[in-house]
Design a binder for this molecule. Structure first.
Ligand code: ZN
Length: 422
């Protein structure tokens, strides 16, 4: 494959991004597919999934369970919305479940507590031990591409821990359903994975998370055989595997509406305005992805937002008066280029909070000209202070960021090899 960078004419995906091919039309494969799917098809699909979901809910409520549904709860706006929906619209007996890895911010943890109190739902937190997190994260960042993991490898690994431990908890508590807060920008047109079908696929040799189970086994070694992280076919086949779905992909969901909805519940919009993410590790993950694929971890999410006219995460940080328009394709491409230049500058100059000075600050602000124009000096300044943590985080994980070559690699595995859906 040639590594000449060809950018899709319609969105921001380019030929160095894993799974992206640019056809003769100049469009990427995602835009091509998008062109074939009409709003009518999307609507029909959503209607039929919603009907199936309601049938499943009715069925579950007829039976007696400790809880009807386990909701993956990150403390962010989407999972809060999903939790509220399950409890208050569908009257489900919910259990909120959160995975706390070492880089979940204090703000995110505080939000979780406030929200479960406000919603008055039972909640559990699973704190993943640092030893496990470090081992798997470091191994995945260095070798994940050999298992078919792509530009968002770090988030895929956290997603795996979240969902897999959630499935194991659901199985052991006899909870028949698990749901997450992915919306259609993240999760596409939505699926319902019935537990019995997942088990049938396991009998046919297809593990729920594909090669990620192999990666986890290799990263953790013999010591963790039989642990909660392990895939044990017999254990799964002898249990009731929960049915999984992402209802926000197919029920009516307006992400901006969810803010006002949360305000009504007394949950401040302001707490979701913190810079983009619940995870502080994102900049380091983005750096590695920039080295390997010349894109950040969430380029497909941004591209999908552009394609479907959704707001991007950055825009939702702006206050509503400043929040006038969607970013254009050209602006997004430029912003991501600036972001890459800033990340590379930090690593090339070995910067951290101690070594950073005014000279560096000015240089970095210069690199991020459009970002400053669009988001203001203060927001960009906050971002700059966060990227300085990369050096310490790399040391924590035992990774030498300078040893990661800036040459583009092909990810050979296909989507089917790394199923991110249960
Ligand atoms: Zn495209």
């Amino acid at each position: 494959m040639s590594h000449d960078k060809v950018i899709c004419k319609k969105c921001i995906l380019h030929s160095r991004v894993p799974e992206v091919m640019i056809g003769d039309s100049g469009l990427c494969v995602f835009c091509e597919i998008g062109n074939q799917i009409t709003t009518e098809i999307v609507k029909q699909n959503a209607v039929s999934l919603e009907k199936r979901m309601l049938d499943i809910f009715a069925n579950v409520k007829k039976q007696r369970h400790s809880f009807d549904v386990l909701v993956y709860f990150s403390g962010g706006k989407d999972s809060t919305y999903a939790l509220n929906l399950m409890k208050n619209k569908y009257n489900m007996n919910v259990l909120a479940y959160s995975m706390i890895q070492p880089f979940v911010t204090d703000v995110a943890q505080h939000n979780m507590e406030q929200i479960v109190k406000k919603l008055d739902v039972p909640a559990i937190k699973y704190f993943i031990p640092e030893a496990v997190f470090k081992k798997v994260m470091a191994y995945s960042l260095l070798h994940g591409h050999k298992y078919g993991l792509t530009e968002w490898v770090g988030c895929q690994i956290c997603g795996f821990f979240t969902k897999w431990v959630g499935v194991k908890i659901a199985m052991s508590l006899g909870i028949p359903l698990v749901i997450d807060g992915m919306d259609s920008a993240q999760g596409g047109y939505g699926v319902i994975n019935e537990g019995e079908q997942v088990k049938q696929r396991i009998r046919n040799g297809q593990k729920p998370f594909g090669k990620v189970h192999d990666l986890i086994g290799d990263a953790l070694g013999e010591e963790y055989k039989g642990s909660i992280y392990d895939f044990n076919q017999e254990e799964i086949l002898n249990s009731r595997y929960p049915t999984a779905m992402s209802p926000l992909c197919f029920v009516e969901y307006d992400p901006t509406f969810s803010f006002s909805n949360l305000e009504e519940m007394g949950i401040s919009f302001k707490q979701f305005k913190s810079l983009n993410t619940n995870c502080e590790l994102l900049y380091l993950l983005d750096y590695i992805s920039m080295c390997r694929y010349d894109c950040d971890s969430y380029i497909k999410l941004y591209a999908s937002g552009l394609r479907n006219n959704y707001d991007t995460i950055e825009q939702l940080e702006l206050d509503q008066s400043a929040h006038k328009k969607q970013l254009t394709r050209e602006e997004m491409i430029k912003l991501l280029d600036e972001y890459r230049d800033v990340l590379f500058y930090v690593i090339d100059n070995d910067l951290d909070e101690q070594s950073f000075n005014d000279f560096h600050q000015n240089k970095m602000l210069e690199l991020a000209g459009l970002s400053q124009n669009m988001f203001g000096k203060e927001t960009v300044g906050k971002l700059l202070s966060r990227v300085l943590k990369m050096k310490g985080q790399a040391a924590y994980l035992g990774i030498d960021l300078k040893s990661i070559p800036r040459e583009f690699i092909d990810v050979s595995a296909t989507k089917q090899d790394v199923t991110q859906i249960y």
